[in-house]
Design a protein around this ligand. Structure first.
Ligand SMILES: CSC[C@H]1O[C@@H](n2cnc3c(O)ncnc32)[C@H](O)[C@@H]1O
Ligand SMILES: [Zn+2]
Length: 424
């Protein structure tokens, strides 16, 4: 299938914008520029007044937690997990996981996200939702190491890898998901590393999220969570580390040494009062940082454009430096760096040979007027209500605001039903 996106305002990899066309052949961007008149076109998208960006990449979420949106707010992480979230998650069944993921995917596509990295239980149901809806995803079975469930969960992660890795036209990849140092003891981490290495899989893990986590880890193991994971060999696998809020300069050196990639979740870190991750130090050290929402119960939405705006603003005020994360850098974190962080080298840029994962913003609204600087408008002024059309893997999944692969009304109905049943 050949798609021509005509007369678009295109955000190029160097951060500039240009009026031009984009040709898509099957799942790939075939050309950015004027298209030869004899090129066969199956579908043409008139992109006059549309900004085309790489699809946004949500590097850390728990999709099915949409069912728990507004269920438990204004709490700190451990209180929230132990007293509200884990008890209700214990009641979740496969149907809940599926409809929660469907609701999350609907929200992500409608807000311009084309890839998400997810960690939860019953991930084959998330895989099903991803396969049906056309989104791209990096899935990991969340692993909590206590016996006997730890071994069962690890088996499930292996099965997930065997069933879903590189499936759904290559849109799904699978990682291993040890939840956190405080839920996975050292011997269990070693087992996870061994299994991941034997399959050539990468790892997605929460690391150094709160002061309490770091203090307890130092008390128990005389090491920071980052140093402990290095010692246990975790970083011998490719690692996507979520949060990394409380990391020292020594930790950052370790992370750089092992090319650990970071999912920065400013909304969740603020809402759970966890702290501010030193991402400018990480970026200066050459560490890859992408943006994530975390789950919809600690954010409370999955709108990556909001995380982009929060990132640019938070680090400016934290460092009294308006250049801490400029607009263009924020956009890069939300796209190109995000794709790298989740291990997808041919995603995240509008360039020949890259995957045709694209978000088209309608620039006709007041928030886009006047147009002194389109990069600034995207980072600081617009919101996701401007998302008009979304393509993933060369297929249109949002067409002028309408979800193509999902019945939005049904998804909301079923997800709401699941959420209400969990309260019984
Ligand atoms: C074992 S599946 C994943 C597990 O992670 C929980 N979770 C959600 N948000 C966070 C967070 O910010 N830090 C740590 N754990 C989190 C989720 O509720 C699942 O139980
Ligand atoms: Zn998380």
């Amino acid at each position: 299938m050949n798609i021509l996106i005509k007369q678009a305002t295109v955000l190029l990899p160097d951060g500039t914008v240009k009026e031009t066309d984009i040709a898509i052949e099957d799942d790939l961007i075939a050309k950015v520029g004027t298209i030869a008149p004899d090129w066969h076109i199956d579908r043409e998208i008139n992109a006059t007044n549309k900004l085309v960006t790489p699809g946004l990449v949500n590097t850390h979420t728990h999709a099915s937690m949409t069912l728990l949106r507004s269920y438990a707010d204004d709490m700190q992480l451990m209180d929230w997990l132990q007293n509200k979230i884990w008890p209700i998650e214990a009641k979740m069944r496969k149907n809940d996981i599926y409809w929660g993921a469907m609701l999350a995917i609907a929200e992500m596509i409608k807000t311009g996200t084309t890839t998400f990295a997810d960690m939860y239980a019953d991930m084959e149901k998330v895989g099903e939702a991803v396969a049906e809806t056309g989104i791209r995803a990096v899935l990991s079975r969340g692993l909590i190491g206590s016996a006997p469930n730890g071994n069962k969960a690890l088996e499930e992660n292996k099965e997930l890898f065997q069933t879903y890795h590189n499936r759904a036209d290559g849109r799904i990849t699978v990682m291993f998901g040890p939840h956190a140092p405080y839920t996975c003891p050292p011997d269990y981490i070693k087992k996870v590393v061994k299994e991941a290495q034997s399959l050539g899989a990468e790892i997605h893990m929460h690391l150094s999220e709160t002061i309490g986590e770091v203090e307890n880890c130092v008390k128990e193991y005389q090491k920071s969570p980052i140093a402990l994971m290095e010692e246990l060999g975790l970083f011998d696998c490719g690692v996507l580390a979520a949060h990394c809020v409380h990391v020292s300069d020594e930790d950052i050196l370790i992370m750089k040494k092992h090319d650990v990639r970071v999912a920065h979740n400013p909304g969740s870190n603020m809402k759970l009062a966890s702290g501010i991750a030193p991402i400018t130090k990480m970026l200066d050290a050459g560490i890859c940082v992408g943006l994530g929402t975390d789950g919809a119960s600690s954010n409370n939405n999955l709108d990556l454009l909001e995380e982009l705006r929060l990132t640019t603003l938070l680090h400016k005020v934290n460092q009294y430096d308006p250049l801490a994360i400029p607009a263009a850098k924020g956009i890069q974190l939300a796209t190109e760096y995000g794709a790298k962080a989740v291990g997808l080298p041919k995603v995240g840029k509008i360039e020949k040979g890259y995957k045709a994962d694209l978000t088209l913003f309608d620039m006709s609204g007041t928030k886009w007027c006047p147009r002194h600087d389109i990069v600034s408008l995207l980072a600081y002024s617009a919101n996701s209500s401007s998302v008009d059309t979304v393509l993933i893997n060369g297929k249109i999944v949002l067409d002028k605001g309408i979800l193509v692969t999902m019945d939005e009304e049904r998804v909301m109905y079923e997800a709401n039903r699941c959420a209400m049943n969990l309260l019984k």
